[in-house]
Design a protein around this ligand. Structure first.
Ligand code: F58
Length: 808
């Protein structure tokens, strides 16, 4: 979009007047944010409506990305950027004496996700719109996002994240598009006189699903797609009112029960009620979404048999898996199709991405719970399962035990990944290694049955948020050095390779990194009261806290250096600042203990004069998208140290690389492909190989106690967890010690310790030679283009969804 500064100023002043009846000069920053936000939304709306009309006119196939999480991050900056008016607006505001950065800071970062999975969905939304792919999101408008994390006395405290307290300028409530979702009741197949069976569902409770639409703005291409998030509301007092009648008290508690469906992200799943609520959430947004998609399709006037040619529904992890039986239900119960035709359409429509091989994360629902909550859906799943089993009756080469293991229903549970694989035409992993592991380990039997369904789509990130917005100085340097084609074609970043030895570019890269580090150092000082030296190495690990991600390995290495510093006069090291950011799931006790350990370690190291500022340990509270935008551009070392085979892909590894950090990594997830792209001299690899890890797991692990007894470094480090050397971790130190020794170190922290130490040393040696280090940084930036989500979504569009790009 093109707009002059003068026009913008006029529009802005007018908006301020109409919203607050006051002049811009008299307004607060918050008022300026809302005025600017609503104005930008006005700018967006024309093309939003036009995009929908254009899709309709050309009969474009639509993709609907179903995800229980969307971690969008703040939208003012990215919308201005993608509209192509950020510079104009910035200049105009500067002339009015207003700093755009101060205004952007007012926006609440909507934390509607846990981590990589939710953020991936958001990156894909940005990339689909930016590449003219007709792709929309479908999810839940949680009233409370992921908890706000506070660190008190070193412990994680969870506070509610009331992100909707002030208005959300981007969303549009569409009550006229509300739909009803049915829960509970009884369902059965009633035999008719003609021998047919009719599905009956009675005594259900109806919940109103009200959509809130958020525009997804494409980068300078006029495409505006839609993210539709559903909110649960009470329909009418007499629909499904519980026994006890409609007294005021009953209505109130009924209302509360209904609204709880879209109240919190990831309810506590340690009890039955919490798990039931999670299943309710899943069916709620899925049913609302599928109903709406079918209704819109019918408005096209095409036969239902063409549904799968006009609609793709993507199931992001198993949380939206009930989309499969739900589409079957609508096609059969509402549209009167036969099973076979409904099944053909459903399979053609659905595709599924797997994000983990951690078996505890593979969803399964007790049959009884599903029968209680979703009786009609269970009947359909049972029929899918029955037909699946039956399809093997005549085949002699399939072992019955394979059928039992791959069936959807067994051992009293409904296995959602199995439902996804059987009910979709495509299943993909999120990095090459991950997909290979699915094929040869976790889903091996399915792969043998349906090899043609399996494919890989390595994750990607949007370079617009993670480079253009997060690191404007680096973006400007790139424009100056290689032109700005990388903005539209991120793979053009490779043009930078030519400059890896260029003194000027090298020193600019170093200067920009220092500026970003200084900015982060100021934030750390303000938030944590810790003084860190921007000239020390900034070594960063930010991600969900999980044992397999091995924040513990990082912390134990710091502890090792600390012990050396205070006991070994010979020991020398470059000054380093270790920065952590991580939330632990509220019920994940061990992860919380590791947070406490890191904080206790920091408290002691940061205040021990013997350390002479060689080490600083910082735990930044409440890690999320906005914080990541400041942290990642300041990183020099990117810690990607998960136990090999456990991290499906990782995506922060790509963000760090794009911002010139050097990756310290195991050969896990997408790290393997980062190595392939950047080349061995430009990354530091350590740790066990995939084969070694798999062999150990097959043979029941290794003997960690032996290692403890034979490696004095490990012994010193572990002993200091339990002998009072690190203060204030009596319980945590003991538990961590036990997890590593008595419970045999499930994630090979000690097994990889030696190799990790050696890698850390190599890294330090590389850093000493600034020419080499800067060259490595440049190689990383210039090799990062293939990890743009633009590349990834185009692969999804061509290989899975069969959609066209209508622009570019
Ligand atoms: C992540 N999964 C993977 N799950 O761990 C990561 O390797 C991958 O890069 C990313 O997906 C994108 O593919 C992930 O973030 C969750 O957040 C779960 C959501 C459901 C509740 C438990 C956490």
């Amino acid at each position: 979009m093109i707009i002059s500064k003068a026009q913008f100023k006029k529009d802005f002043q007018k908006k301020m007047l109409s919203l607050y009846s006051q002049e811009v000069e008299d307004s607060s920053n918050s008022e300026k944010y809302f005025a600017l936000g609503y104005l930008v939304k006005d700018y967006i709306s024309e093309n939003w409506a036009k995009t929908a009309r254009k899709y309709e006119k050309y009969g474009e196939k639509q993709v609907y990305y179903f995800s229980i999480e969307f971690l969008l991050g703040r939208l003012l900056g990215s919308n201005l950027l993608n509209l192509g008016i950020r510079n104009t607006v910035n200049d105009a505001l500067t002339e009015m004496g207003i700093d755009l950065n101060d205004i952007e800071k007012i926006e609440v970062d909507p934390g509607l996700g846990n981590g990589g999975l939710g953020r991936l969905a958001a990156c894909f939304m940005d990339s689909m719109a930016s590449n003219g792919i007709p792709g929309h999101g479908n999810g839940i408008r949680y009233k409370y996002g992921l908890f706000q994390q506070k660190i008190v006395g070193g412990y994680q405290i969870e506070l509610p994240e009331n992100w909707l307290r002030d208005a959300n300028v981007w969303e549009v409530r569409k009550p006229d598009h509300a739909v009803k979702v049915r829960f509970y009741g009884d369902a059965w197949m009633k035999p008719e006189e003609d021998g047919e069976l009719t599905p009956i569902h009675t005594g259900y409770q109806e919940v109103l699903a009200v959509p809130y639409d958020t525009p997804l703005v494409g980068y300078e291409n006029k495409t505006i797609n839609t993210l539709r998030l559903w909110s649960a509301e009470i329909d009418s007092v007499d629909s499904g009112i519980p026994a006890g009648g409609s007294s005021f008290r009953n209505v109130l508690s009924y209302k509360r029960e209904i609204e709880s469906i879209s109240e919190v992200l990831y309810p506590d799943d340690s009890n039955y009620e919490g798990r039931l609520l999670r299943l309710k959430q899943e069916y709620f947004f899925v049913s609302a979404g599928v109903q709406t998609i079918l209704k819109q399709f019918k408005e096209l006037g095409l036969p239902l048999s063409e549904f799968g040619e006009k609609v793709a529904i993507h199931i992001n992890d198993t949380h939206p898996a009930v989309a499969i039986p739900e589409l079957m239900r609508l096609l059969m119960d509402e549209e009167g199709l036969e099973w076979e035709e409904a099944w053909r359409i459903t399979q053609a429509t659905m595709s599924y991405t797997n994000h983990t091989i951690m078996s505890e994360a593979l969803e399964k629902w007790p049959i009884d719970m599903m029968k209680q909550l979703l009786p009609r859906i269970l009947l359909i799943i049972q029929e899918i399962d029955r037909r699946y089993r039956e399809s093997f009756v005549l085949s002699t080469d399939i072992n019955p035990s394979v059928i039992e293991r791959t069936a959807i229903i067994s051992d009293g549970y409904v296995k959602m990944a199995h439902l996804c694989i059987i009910g979709s035409h495509s299943i993909n992993g999120v990095a090459k290694l991950h997909t290979e592991l699915l094929k040869k380990q976790e889903l091996k039997e399915f792969y043998q049955l349906y090899p043609y369904k399996f494919n890989n789509k390595t994750n990607g990130i949007t370079h617009r948020r993670w480079l253009m917005l997060a690191n404007p100085e680096l973006a400007a340097l790139l424009d100056k050095t290689i032109g700005d084609s990388w903005r539209r074609n991120p793979q053009d970043l490779k043009l930078l390779k030519r400059y890896k030895r260029d003194d000027n570019v090298q020193s600019e890269i170093q200067r920009i990194k220092l500026a970003n580090k200084t900015r982060l150092a100021e934030y750390i000082k303000a938030k944590n009261g810790i003084t860190v030296d921007p000239n020390s190495i900034f070594d960063i690990q930010v991600k969900r806290l999980h044992a397999y991600k091995r924040q513990l390995l990082n912390a134990l290495h710091i502890l090792y250096q600390y012990i050396e510093l205070v006991t070994n006069p010979e020991f020398d090291m470059l000054p380093r600042t270790y920065i952590f950011g991580a939330k632990a799931a509220p019920g994940y006790y061990y992860a919380k203990e590791i947070i406490k350990f890191i904080n206790a370690l920091g408290e002691q190291v940061n205040n021990d004069p013997r350390v002479k500022d060689k080490i600083k340990v910082v735990f930044l509270e409440n890690y999320g998208v906005t914080l990541a935008e400041m942290i990642i551009p300041a990183a020099e070392v990117s810690e990607q140290i998960s136990t090999t085979t456990k991290e499906a892909s990782g995506t922060s590894n790509m963000k760090f690389m794009m911002n010139g950090a050097i990756t310290l990594a195991t050969l896990d997830g997408a790290n393997v492909e980062i190595l392939e792209e950047v080349g061995a001299p430009n990354i530091v690899i350590f740790g066990m190989s995939e084969q070694e890890v798999l062999n150990y797991y097959r043979n029941g692990g290794y003997n960690s106690r032996e290692l403890y007894n034979s490696d004095p470094r490990i012994k010193a480090v572990l002993d200091s967890l339990v002998n009072g050397f690190i203060k204030d971790i009596a319980t945590e130190g003991r538990d961590i010690f036990m997890s590593l020794i008595d419970y045999n170190d499930e994630f090979f922290v000690l097994k990889d310790f030696d190799s990790y130490l050696a890698a850390q040393k190599r890294l330090e040696d590389l850093y000493k030679d600034r020419f080499t280090w800067n060259k490595m940084a440049i190689e990383n930036i210039s090799s990062s283009g293939v990890f743009s989500a633009d590349v990834t979504v185009k692969q999804y569009a061509a290989g899975i969804w069969d959609t066209r790009m209508i622009e570019r």
